[in-house]
Design a binder for this molecule. Sequence first.
Ligand code: SF4
Length: 181
Amino acid sequence: MTAWIEGRFEENVITTTLEQAMNWAQASAIWPMTFGLACCAIEMMAVGASRYDLERFGCGAFRATPRQADLMIVAGTVTHKMATRVRRLYEQMPDPKYVIAMGACTIGGGPYFKHGYHVVKGVDLVVPVDVYVPGCPPRPEALLEGIMRVQDKIKARKVTKGEFTLPVPHHEGHVRPVPIT
Ligand code: SF4
């Protein structure tokens, strides 16, 4: 769309679209919420530490309040008692917001699937999940991969053409499938 204008200005001038600029800004500054539910949270903490350095992706600013966070990483066993709290935290996050289900417990109940009467059999029963990161626990590299997939979803979002409305966009339907290259 901008091909006619590309390269027609001096060097050091960049032309882009509003959509690309907005998506790039959010994808490059995802703020996860600070909370963990069980052992998977230890791997999540490792991602934020120096060895894996989540800040390389612009996503290291873990927020202590849902009102400043746009990424919920559900890391650990979701019990029925905790599920209502997870839902409440999710609803307190501003739109647009994203959810990663990290680990077997979060995705489907994990080792508690058969006999754990107290465990929710998948956090997608509580909040809408964007990316699943399997494992028990997943390696920190796996969570990094999941965060990059969230960034792909944000970058593919259509800001124009009515698919994205400000200031409070709806959570569903903003994302085009990203072609696998
Ligand atoms: S998936 Fe495994 S490591 Fe993660 S919370 Fe469940 S039991 Fe713990």
